[in-house]
Design a binder for this molecule. Sequence first.
Ligand code: SF4
Length: 449
Amino acid sequence: MTLRERERAALAGDGRLQASIRRSADNVHDRWLLTRTELEDADGLREAARSLRSAAIARLPELLAQLADNVEAAGGSVFFAGDAEEASGYVAGVARRRGVKLAVKSKSMVSEEIGLSERLQAIGVEAIETDLGEWAQQLDGEPPSHILAPAMHKSYEDWVRVLAPLGYDGGVDANAMTAFARRTLRQSFLEAGMGITGVNLAIAESGTLMTVTNEGNGRLTAGRPPVHVAIMGMERIVASWAEADLLLALLSRAGAGVSIGTYVNFVTGPRRPGDLDGPEELHLVIVDNGRSNVLGSASQEALNCIRCGACLNACPVFRQIGGHAYGDVYSGPIGAVIVPLLREGQEELSHASSLCGACWKACPVAIPLHDLLLQGRADHAGSERALWRAWAAAWSSPRAFALSGAPAGLRPPQSLVPPPFREWARGRELPHREGATFRARWRRGEVLE
Ligand code: SF4
């Protein structure tokens, strides 16, 4: 389906999708605005965060090398994956070597991006999501619809429907559902041979991986199974703990509306002699998958993203159509920017925006998303550019200019608007001139005063 068709399908529902998103997105967005006021100089910190993210991306090769050296020095293994195939293949190889049959996953968008669960399934490894929302999505056979709150679009009734086949009978009661999930998932943590996590930020100076969760599943996933695989997009790196500290303050507030995430884990290497717990092996998979094409481009700042999801919550388009209509694991304004940069054939996504700027205002690292969306449109404006050139050429000629004004007195029905303009004309009132043209009135001497 095209983007337009997916949008229409999302809008044709009974309004529950929009109501569920509104309830959750408003809640987080309002708390983000509130917790922002706790910061002494919120605007200054935001600009500082923007600068340090830009500086880190500018030094990416150097910082990644430093990170890899320090992870290896701490006893971990590092694999640089050029694409999704290489990344998921490496993890599958580790699982095969270790005889893994069950893996637990804490939420990781990059693992969705590389199709990791499907790859593991193909070699007989069951991968169970342990983030509550992500688990519900897995049970429902759906991809996540929001980068931080994967089941944001689900109503309470949806949750009951999804959990019922597992034996849940506690009705519409969030506490009962959470307790049921905890009981059901705990055994998986105990039995899993591999734990797979994302990485919110990797700290180059010490080789430390930071993950933030609000449910504690990240800690259990990284610490309980004998093998921990952490997967990160290559841009999720900071130079120092001081930088991680600032970004954590902003990530927690913008993403969940809290001063600090409930569980913030720092992992440096696998278990050492004398440690009470932790994995025997730690593997860090650093994924490129199109990101290096963005380096040095006019859209490089898109790599500054810390995946907090605040721009989705603020976006009027996302709030109407939901995440699935974007057709990719990354949705909302950042999805509309980054997906066409990472993958060919997704150019239409940069049109899934009203360019109102609400995303930029919400972004804790001040990425100018509306400018990047325009850049995306400009990058792929081949036929449109030709059209505007033809128009410019026509209006440079007095005769062609005069001719072009004549049809404006007509008001063609939408069905007669030719295809290239039909989408643009949908929902718009076509330009319509009342009375004679300026030239005709000029000739008659009506516009001399
Ligand atoms: S673009 Fe900004 S607001 Fe959106 S997810 Fe990334 S960091 Fe958060």
